[in-house]
Design a binder for this molecule. Structure first.
Ligand SMILES: [Cu+2]
Length: 216
């Protein structure tokens, strides 16, 4: 499960945000269930006498109007701070990959190493990333809108024709992870997948040196 097992620095940051939301949801749920169940138990009907009647309770009204606003403001603040750190770009990343989405696969270009990997719906491409290093991705599309999604990185970004989106990925775990298009883009959308292969820095350098000729 990606949420329990995030595989990048950015994913760990976002997971922290999920934890805050989950904690808030649990607290709200406990309060709401208590407000439903306690009156059922405490103030059951005990005879035909009319219970005490209230007209208004201004301070209570303030509490239930202002509490949701405060909660939303707190959640917004934490999300804003974490998103900002995920969206931040370092000035000189360790590696750069130009990712181009097209109907219906992906192209990965490593401009400094002159490597170009082009997938097909039948043969999804492999995105190779070095472990623990910052790779900057420049993402675009040549036709319709697509979306670049790596569940284990808790990361998704739109690929839009005529526009390039930039983001940094820093994998924290060796292995192969699933990537896919997350924006319905036509007939073979479901085949528009790729693999993310995270390898050690030494292996990555070796791969860069040889992959100009062959892809992994
Ligand atoms: Cu697509």
């Amino acid at each position: 499960m990606p949420l329990f097992d995030p595989a990048s620095v950015q994913a760990q940051t976002l997971r922290g945000d999920w934890e805050i939301f989950f904690g808030a949801a649990v607290v709200v749920a406990i309060i709401m269930f208590a407000l439903i169940l306690l009156p059922l138990l405490l103030w059951r009907r005990r005879g035909d006498a009319l219970p005490p009647q209230f007209k208004k309770n201004r301070s209570f009204a303030y509490v239930y109007i202002l509490t949701p606003f405060a909660l939303v403001a707190v959640l917004f603040y934490f999300t804003f701070v974490k998103e900002r750190s995920v969206d931040a770009l370092v000035p000189s990343p360790y590696a750069t990959v130009d990712v181009t989405a097209f109907r219906w696969s992906w192209q990965f270009v490593y401009p400094h190493a002159r490597i170009r990997i082009v997938g097909t719906p039948q043969q999804p491409p492999v995105l190779v990333l070095p472990l623990g290093k910052i790779t900057q991705v420049n993402l675009t599309s040549v036709d319709v809108n697509h979306a670049f999604w790596i569940p284990y990185f808790l990361f998704k970004r739109d690929a839009i024709a005529g526009m390039t989106n930039h983001f940094d990925l820093t994998p924290t775990r060796l292995g192969t992870f699933r990537g896919l298009c997350a924006e319905y883009c036509g007939l073979d959308h479901t085949l528009m997948t790729f693999q993310v292969k995270v390898i050690s820095d030494a292996d990555y350098r070796r791969w860069l040196a040889t992959a100009g000729k062959s892809t992994p």
